[in-house]
Ligand binder design. Structure first.
Ligand SMILES: *Cc1c(COP(=O)(O)O)cnc(C)c1O
Length: 378
């Protein structure tokens, strides 16, 4: 792809996404359904293309955050079940039926309202109910009796799953996740006694899969990050070994637009944030913060140029970024440098870039803007 005619582009490996999905399947085994999370345009990888790859790999379930994301997948011909995890506002409810999307209901009010507005004409729409076991974000905090009553009264809806979401799933330094697991199990037991036992129970995103927290797998898991090749580092002495080996699927590149020599003392870019301590060779890259390269990488990040780490010099600008190629004599105008990925044995991944930028890998991946062309490779 060295000849890709773009200023900045992201190569997404279909094969690596498929391999990561197979690894997750291998880890959880055949008895556990995988809901492949493709929200936020598949964490910047392109939801339609990633969903096609996953469907071809046998994925029966996908998850998005918003109804519009589900509609986009349906319009692209995706047939898998689609779980809409984050909301279903009134204006979007008819689309749930029309596009065969499965909502996650976030509260008992939400449940009653959805039941009323659907009426009887849609058939029984299947839904999953989110329980807030300690995340303190979406989900009902009601007890089993109250939930059982509301579920029983929702005549136009069919409860297909109970779910919760962890706040600190890679943190083994405290008992927060254990408490969430216990609280979910107690609630499920209470609901079972009240005659409510939906086909699916699910709590686990990538980390509880990757660290083998089997009591949180039940018969469905919801990995996102792992499908793109990442697992958060575990915290705490009691952290178990990873049972999941995945690799990044996205390589981010940009072109060199200019290479030049500057003398000792030259100031580089906005605010003169960098002063050349000696004569330097610099290269200007055709991307900046409007492509998603964090401004916080100004004067601190690196890219890979000519198979070597090249420091970012001065401020990352809107459309341009300057790097030091004094040590990379072979770099020429038109060459591609690597922001994320590997070149001749040197690599930078989204977790490393995130650490330098003071954020998280999710933010780095989702932050790669639409103007960065996605190119799919095998
Ligand atoms: C984003 C999300 C996931 C996937 O999380 P990863 O850490 O990317 O695996 C799972 N469940 C819910 C509710 C989410 O919002």
């Amino acid at each position: 792809m060295g000849a890709a005619p773009y200023r900045s582009w992201a190569e997404v490996s279909r094969g690596q996404i498929a391999e990561n999905f197979r690894r997750v399947r291998g880890a959880v085994g055949p008895g556990v359904e995988i809901v492949a999370v493709v929200k936020a345009d598949a964490y910047g990888h392109g939801a339609v293309e990633v969903s096609r790859v996953l469907e071809a790999e046998g994925a029966r379930w996908l998850a998005v955050s918003f109804v519009e994301e589900g509609v986009t997948l349906r319009e692209a011909g995706i047939n898998a079940r689609i779980l809409v995890m984050a909301d279903c506002p009134t204006f979007a409810q008819s689309a749930l039926v029309e596009y065969n999307l499965t909502p996650v209901v976030q509260s008992l009010d939400n449940l009653r309202e959805l039941d009323r507005s659907l009426g009887g004409d849609a058939g029984r729409l299947r839904y999953h109910l989110k329980i807030d076991t300690g995340m303190g974000r979406l989900g009902t905090r009601a007890g089993a009796a109250e939930i059982a009553q509301a579920v029983g009264q929702a005549a136009c809806l069919e409860l297909e799953g109970l779910m919760t979401h962890f706040a600190s799933s890679a943190d083994y330094s405290n008992a927060r996740t254990d408490r969430q697991v216990r609280s979910f199990h107690q609630l499920c037991a209470g609901l079972r006694e009240a005659g409510i036992a939906p086909p699916y129970l699910h709590m686990s995103s990538s980390n509880p899969v990757a660290y083998g927290r089997r009591e949180a797998w039940h018969n469905m898991v919801r990995p996102g990050h792992a499908l793109y090749g990442y697992v958060s580092p575990a915290r705490g002495d009691a952290a178990p070994q990873r049972v999941l080996d995945v690799a990044p699927a996205l390589t981010w590149k940009a072109r060199v637009v200019t290479v030049k020599e500057v003398p000792e003392g030259a100031l580089i870019g906005y605010g003169g944030m960098f002063r050349a301590p000696h004569p330097m060779r610099i290269a200007i890259l055709a991307l900046g913060y409007s492509d998603g390269l964090s401004h916080r990488l100004s004067n601190r990040g690196h890219v890979i140029a000519g198979g070597r780490l090249a420091p970012i010099l001065g401020a990352v600008s809107m459309d341009l970024t300057t790097i030091d190629v004094t040590e990379s004599r072979s770099v020429r105008v038109g060459d591609a440098v690597t922001l994320l990925g590997a070149d001749r044995g040197v690599s930078i991944n989204a977790q490393e870039m995130a650490r330098t930028a003071g954020t998280i890998s999710y933010d780095i991946l989702c932050g790669i803007r639409a103007r960065v062309k996605r190119v799919y490779v095998e």
